[in-house]
Design a binder for this molecule. Sequence first.
Ligand code: UDX
Ligand code: UDX
Length: 456
Amino acid sequence: MKKTILCIGAGYVGGPTMAVIADRCPDYKVIVVDKNEARIAAWKSENLPIYEPGLDDVVKRARGRNLFFSTDVAAGIYEADIIFVSVNTPTKMFGAGAGKAADLQYWEKTARDIIENSDRGKIVVEKSTLPVRTAEAMQRILDSNPKNLHFEVLSNPEFMAEGTAVDDLQNPDRVLIGAMETPSGQKALQDLVDIYSHWVPREKIKTANVWSSELTKLVSNAMLAQRISSVNSISALCEKTDANILEVSDAMGMDKRIGSRFLRASVGFGGSCFKKDILNLVYLCEHYGLPEVASYWEQVVLMNDYQEARFVEKIIRNMFNTVAGKRIALFGFAFKADTGDTRESPAIYVSQLLLEERAHLAIFDPKALDNARVDLKDEQGHIEYIDDPYEAAKGAHAIAVLTEWKEFAAYDYQKLFDLMEKPAFIFDGRNILDHQKLHGIGFNVFPIGQKALTHL
Ligand code: UDX
Ligand code: UDX
């Protein structure tokens, strides 16, 4: 083997990224470590800890050949030439910057683990999303090692999205690598370029300085989320004016300068990254004395909160101003389709608001029920987790669609209607159902940013 690559953090980012690197670079040994024993056991088993289309095949091809999973962080560090750090960097919930800044405690601890377990210099790659200039702090900690070893810190943010992780990793729009503008920085950068060159065309491997690279990740997510919040804000106006958000998005997206992606109005965006990264950006701007810039970006998050709350208000208002004691079937709990991940899912907030109104929730999701149980474990009220949509809808007054799972559109809505209380409501928080047809069956249909179709 040419070199040994280590990844610390076997999560949604670290796991798939390393599996694809190992698959595409059989001449490198790839070790993935995590302090979470259950997670590592799952990576070694037939039942991977995360669901991603195509991931099973990639892992099966490389596991045991040049891809290894372990909880022995120290041994992994000792053996590695290149260390990717992909531990989580959640929003800090205490002290200065609480609610906005990134909590870097795992990050710093990882740096100290690296020093303690190294007997030679190594390349350390930031894979986690971090505030701009984290590499500087990382470099300082690593430079403080008593053995006088030289560590080189690179930034290589991950742009894969969940549900399409394997494809995004195999065919990325671009790979971004940031390095210090020093000879040793440039040499380390080349080592990383060599790895990605195994399968990514050279012109798609962008190199930059470390700070640009760190910032690009935050801003890419902020820009994507901003598009959704912009469209969601207009969905509210559409509902007042009988304009149709689908028509607006469609026609707008045909303008090549705007483009059609990420213009789908919804109950709101979720996921582990968007909110955390924007708040992180907001905090950075405040820190650097740019309050106007900070509040500009914060509005993207506030608009998302508004959209989620607005969705629940719509449910309550239209169900005769009360949902107390009424069964509401939630179709989807994951933050998006094709994943079991529920982090920051709009479904969490929607559930909490409905439970406050004493609604009875029947939650159905094809992949995310286990996570839903964990998310709502502290909530008071009546909640059922049901792995069959028809069972969930039985006796329900309403169905609320919260995730854009394709299969939801293929269900037998006549059968669902027959199982429900009347009048039966559908609140389509993802605009994925055939609303005319549902109306024809007898449902009162409330899409996002489109005229409601009712019988009342
Ligand atoms: C994480 C970050 O949240 C994100 O900002 C970054 O872009 C990539 O890494 P994700 O992989 O989705 O994203 O997080 P998660 O699934 O929580 O995985 C992190 C893993 O690191 C966990 O399995 C956790 O057990 C592990 N970890 C964390 C360690 O092994 N050691 C630590 O000290 C802390
Ligand atoms: C995102 C970024 O896309 C990815 O590049 C980054 O590395 C991590 O964060 P992810 O969180 O996996 O990826 O999902 P993404 O596909 O971006 O969707 C985020 C949320 O926005 C989901 O809740 C999704 O349902 C919602 N969304 C997306 C909309 O509401 N409307 C859209 O038009 C697109």
